[in-house]
Design a protein around this ligand. Structure first.
Ligand SMILES: Cc1cc2nc3c(=O)[nH]c(=O)nc-3n(C[C@H](O)[C@H](O)[C@H](O)COP(=O)(O)OP(=O)(O)OC[C@H]3O[C@@H](n4cnc5c(N)ncnc54)[C@H](O)[C@@H]3O)c2cc1C
Length: 396
């Protein structure tokens, strides 16, 4: 994966689904060197530049490189007796029945020049990620392409692998320093297998983190908290920094289409990409996998309208959280969101309150971790505690 060398946080909601689909997944990753802990007790969260109050939530944080996560899933899938993986082929198009009402397979091309062939299929699921060509292929078959909601965030990542003195991390697995009002910069540091540390520095809206080791500490020094700077200053680099540019993320509204061929579904980033700084993409892909499993469990012909409806419903919370936070930045363009009682002001007060009240910090992470629905943050007892604790932080 071109983005495999950057920090990949696994949200507890996504991990639960993957663990349900592939029991023993977490243990397998940790036996290969991945690390686990509690998402609040063992992760340093700096929101608005202030540390969230720590407590055990019972929710697992899994810290491992993207290649280890992806390789473990691939190994498990490959071991299924009814799965065959065609390595070294590109999917180049869809095959349809003469009346074009049904997708009957896909054409694949050998990457080593061995020619093309057709793989017949009862069901084709497009999981080709952000570069999915299904919108174009649908239009070529005479269907409407799905409307696209695009959020132009203009994000840039620089990541580096390091070894670092243990005392800088203490017992923590991950250190998260998100951007806060007025800042366009953020960082995440995570311990990885093999005793390594991966740091990703991010900038949005044209803000570009530097690309050489020499320049990184000065950039990190401008973050709200000194942790990233301290680690970068004391660390030994393992190889050169890696960069990634991400102009926009796109949600294809397949759920809005009135006409769709049988025998085709779309999942993962191919249907909805996310701003990677919120760490939602792999978890949402897992949610899509669960929706696909539900659809197939009905038996008979998969119903694309029911499937895309279920996907849309599961996307509602993560999409709203990501887009709501990004649209709050001046100049970011994207689809308007319907009004919600979870206003940016309330969320900010909740974040501040979480620096005083560990239960509120846990409630917040249960929602951003895609375990609890956002409405839980509006329970009267939570609202009351937010008012109390946030006022104490603001006046203190
Ligand atoms: C820089 C960056 C950082 C990220 N950080 C996080 C994070 O912290 N947490 C998180 O949860 N998510 C993160 N994400 C998002 C996450 O990587 C994706 O959401 C997730 O990988 C989506 O899975 P997917 O299977 O849909 O697509 P992908 O993982 O993109 O996989 C698509 C696969 O399809 C293959 N493919 C594409 N076209 C074809 C073709 N024509 N024929 C055959 N094969 C094809 C590709 O080679 C690839 O293997 C990040 C993304 C980026 C870019």
């Amino acid at each position: 994966m071109p983005h495999g060398q950057h920090v990949h946080g696994m949200l507890p909601g996504g991990l639960r689904i993957i663990e349900g689909l592939l029991p023993g997944f977490t243990a397998q990753v940790t036996s290969a060197g991945g690390l686990t802990g509690d998402i609040l007790a063992d992760v340093r969260w700096y929101l608005n530049g202030l540390p969230l109050r720590r407590t055990a939530t019972g929710l697992t944080a899994l810290s491992a490189s993207r290649p280890l996560l992806e390789g473990t899933i691939r190994e498990r899938v490959r071991a299924l007796p009814n799965v065959k993986i065609l390595d070294g082929y590109d999917v180049t198009g869809l095959c349809a029945s003469d009346d074009r009402d049904r997708i009957t397979g896909a054409t694949v091309a050998d990457r080593d020049g061995g020619g093309s062939r057709v793989v017949p299929a009862d069901l084709v699921v497009d999981v080709t990620g952000r570069g999915s060509r299904t919108p174009r292929w649908l239009a070529e078959l005479g269907y409407d392409a799905p409307p696209a909601d695009r959020v132009a965030i203009d994000l840039a990542y620089t990541s580096c692998l390091l070894t670092t003195p243990d005392e800088l991390f203490g017992d923590d697995l991950i250190v998260v320093s998100p951007r806060f009002p007025g800042q366009l910069r953020s960082s995440v540091m995570q311990r990885l297998e093999g005793g390594r540390v991966l740091i990703t520095l991010a900038g949005v809206q044209g803000e570009r983190p530097p690309v050489t080791h020499d320049e990184l500490p000065a950039y990190a020094q401008t973050l709200a908290t000194p942790d990233t700077y301290d680690v970068l200053r004391a660390a030994k680099p393992l190889g050169e920094p890696m960069t990634f540019r991400f102009p926009a993320y796109v949600r294809y509204r397949y759920d809005h289409l009135r006409r769709f061929p049988a025998g085709l579904l779309v999942a993962g980033d191919a249907t909805c990409g996310f701003n990677p700084v919120y760490g939602q993409g792999m978890s949402v892909a897992a949610m899509n996998a669960a929706a696909l499993g539900d659809e197939l469990s009905h038996g008979g012909e998969p119903d694309p309208y029911r499937y895309f409806g279920a996907v849309a419903q599961s996307l509602e919370a993560p999409w709203r959280m990501a887009v709501g936070a990004d649209l709050a930045l001046p100049g970011v363009t994207g689809p308007a969101l319907t009004a919600s009682p979870l206003t940016p002001d309330y969320l900010r007060r909740l974040q501040l309150a979480g620096t005083e009240d560990a239960d509120l910090a846990a409630a917040l992470l249960r929602v951003t971790g895609l375990v609890d629905p956002p409405q839980t943050l509006l329970r009267p007892e939570i609202v009351e505690r937010v008012d109390r604790a946030a006022s104490a932080v603001i006046s203190g």
